[in-house]
Structure formats: C-alpha cells, structure tokens
Design a protein around this ligand. Structure first.
Ligand SMILES: *Cc1c(COP(=O)(O)O)cnc(C)c1O
Length: 385
C-alpha cells in the first residue's frame, strides 16, 4: 500500500498498512532486524542511502515511517528511551530561553528540566496548565517553548491542547506534548495544532513490558530536520532489535487499548461505587475535572486510573495482598501494573509539594492490562477487605 492510500483508511487498518510493513528488499512480512553498524559502499563516487547506523537503519526507518503515519505527522524519530526523545526535543532550545511546562509533568522530564537544562541556561516555569490563562500569564519576552502532558500522571489532569496550541502559535513558542498515556490511537496532538509529539514507547506502543524506547513526531519540515540533526549529533538512537519489537507491538495497539480501556472504565466505576475509596481519578468519569475537554480532544479514556484508599497503611496492605497485578513502576502493558506514586514515581518530591498535587499517601495507580476485568475486580475486592 502507498502512503497516499494510507490517509483514507481507519486507524485499525492503518496500524497494519502504512506502507512500512513489508521489507522492500525481499517482501518479508515483518521488517528484518538490520543488525549492522555500517554499510558497504558500492559506488565510490555516490554515497548510498545508508552509510552508518547512528544516522540511519532500515529497521528504524520502517518504524519511524509507521509512527509518523499513525500520529498524522511526517517526521518521526525512534530513540533509546522516552527520556532520550524528550531530551532531544528540549535541545531545540538554547541558553537564555525560557520554557513553560505543566506542573504535573512526568517526573523524569521535571528532573531533566530542573537538574540538567537549568544548568545550561534554560529556565522553566511550571504552571497549572489546565487553565490556559495561567499559561498565557507565564509568558516572558524570552519564552520559547511549552511542554505539556495530558492526561497527567497520577491525578489525571486534563489540558486543552487546542487552546494551548493557539497560545503557542500567537507567541511563537514550540509546543511539545507527551502523548504516552493516550497513544495516537486515542489522541493526535499534531492535528490539534501542537508542533512536536513525544512518547515513551516503553508503555502502550511497545505494550509488552519488554522494550525501552522513545519517539518524537512532527509534521513541520524544519522541526523534523532539526530533531534529526539533534538525534544524530547526540546519538540516542533505538537499536534495530528494539525497533522490531516496537513494530511488532504496534500491530495490536488498537485491540490492546480497546480491551484495557474497557477494563479500566469498569474498574473505575466499581471503585467509585465503594464507600471505602476516598477518590477515583479517571477521565471517563463524567464528573472528572476536564472530562468534557478530554472527550472533545481524544477518542477514548485510556487504561490508566488512580484511586485513593484513604491512608498509606491501607495502600500498602492492598499492594501486598493483590495477586494479579504486578506491583511495579511503568504502565501500558498487557499485564496489569499497580504502582504506588508515593514511593515510586514521586518519591523524590517533598511531602508538602506531593500532597499539594493530590498525591496523597493513600493514592495508588492502576494501569489495566488484558486480564478479565472481573478477575481484577475480585482480586482488588479481596485486597481491600
Ligand atoms: C515512562 C514515561 C516517560 C519516560 O520514558 P522512558 O521510556 O522510561 O525513558 C516519559 N513520559 C511519560 C508520560 C512516561 O510515562
């Protein structure tokens, strides 16, 4: 199938037919793992398409082409981790630039901005970006970038991406959205006017807890070229074996997310109905703050929810009693993952700051996998009893 044909087909079909699924050399139905660092140059006068594998590799190109098509972009790059992709995107900025980021951004991004990029003269202001006016109010003459994530983690706050993209355009800022939680199946920020999408492909895109990877996607030619230059200059590429695993995982993205999201919705509603749960955070609950905004900009609610069991003691007891979910960091896999933000993702955050963000001692995060949701509910029920 040609790339032009690919634009008219639906997402489920596109996952399998973007024009990057068949090996162009031998027609293999899975793109081979080009496990090579360099390429023999037949023609001494003219350099070949591939000369060195940091700069290009057919396994990586196939994955990148597929991801660009899925996000509605034109230029995708595969990195060795989500943080490598985010770091390369932040390198678009220079000393003296000011950035605005949402205040509940992924912990690793927060750390990179406040402990690495700050040393290089790039200053970041963190704002409650659920209110577009607060983004606007934080803009300075030297503001160059806007870094957002929606839904956020773990309290599932929602940012209006169209409004944010509009503000960025008015002020000449590069807007960057971490789309890890939604994936292009459920949310396509480029279509809403965002400049760069970043992913931890370690999560839903890979989907099987067996690969660490990151992606950037843009549809702007200039930004695409700058990011490619930065990737080649700094070197955080994804290896061919991991490119293969990611393309393999992507084929089932829709069916996995459909099943996981349905499970998450069922569990969120079940938790909501219980007297002994202080709060449930899930964008699919109609009274969840930002529900209407999320519904307007996304095609579903995803597989991640958080809930507050009331106390740290109770959270620990539940975590030690459940038998089906693995108790771990990470999310977005075929198996259900239960995490405890207090000691995992947000352990480094001072307690008052953590509590201010609603990350209480009783808060647990659940990334729902492909188990039967009724078995997960029964397991949570016995754990809560
Ligand atoms: C995991 C994660 C990252 C970091 O990705 P790695 O692949 O672990 O480097 C970034 N953003 C979000 C939202 C994540 O969940």
């Amino acid at each position: 199938m040609s790339e032009d044909q690919g634009k008219d087909i639906r997402f489920a079909t596109r996952l399998l037919h973007t024009g990057h699924e068949i090996d162009p050399v031998h027609g293999a139905a899975a793109i081979p793992i080009y496990q090579t660092s360099t390429y023999h140059q037949d023609d001494v006068e003219n350099p070949p398409l591939y000369d060195y594998a940091r700069s290009g590799n057919p396994s990586r190109d196939a994955l990148q082409g597929q991801v660009a098509a899925l996000e509605g972009g034109t230029h995708a790059l595969a990195f060795s981790s989500g943080m490598a992709a985010i770091t390369a995107s932040l390198m678009l900025f220079s000393a003296g630039d000011h950035l605005i980021a949402c205040d509940d951004i992924y912990g690793g991004t927060y750390r990179a901005l406040t402990q690495v990029f700050n040393r290089m003269g790039i200053e970041t202001t963190f704002v409650d970006a659920t209110d577009p006016d607060r983004i606007r109010a934080a803009i300075r003459p030297n503001t160059k970038g806007l870094i957002l994530e929606t839904p956020s983690n773990p309290t599932i706050r929602i940012i209006d991406l169209k409004a944010a993209a509009q503000i960025a355009r008015e002020h000449g800022l590069i807007s960057i959205v971490d789309n890890t939680f939604m994936t292009p199946y459920l949310q396509r920020p480029l279509e809403l006017g965002i400049d760069v999408v970043v992913h931890s492909a370690t999560k839903f895109l890979g989907g099987h807890s067996d690969v660490v990877a990151g992606l950037t996607v843009t549809k702007d030619e200039g930004l695409g070229k700058r990011l490619k230059f930065l990737q080649n200059a700094t070197g955080g590429i994804l290896g061919p074996q991991d490119c293969f695993l990611l393309q393999r995982g992507l084929k089932t993205l829709k069916v996995r997310l459909d099943a996981s999201s349905a499970g998450a919705e069922k569990i969120a509603k079940w938790l909501r109905g219980r007297e002994d749960i202080a709060h449930v955070y899930y964008p699919g609950l109609t009274d969840h703050p930002g529900h209407a905004v999320h519904k307007a900009q996304a095609d579903g609610y995803g597989a991640v929810l958080s809930f507050d069991v009331g106390s740290g003691e109770r959270a620990k007891r539940l975590a030690s009693r459940v038998t089906l979910p693995i108790y771990a960091v990470s999310l977005g896999a075929v198996e259900t993952i239960l995490s405890y933000p207090r000691t995992m993702s947000h352990a480094a955050m001072p307690e008052p700051e953590r509590h201010r963000r609603g990350i209480t001692d009783g808060l647990l995060r659940l990334s729902v996998g492909l188990e039967d949701p009724d078995d997960l509910i029964a397991d949570l029920e016995q754990g809560l009893r």
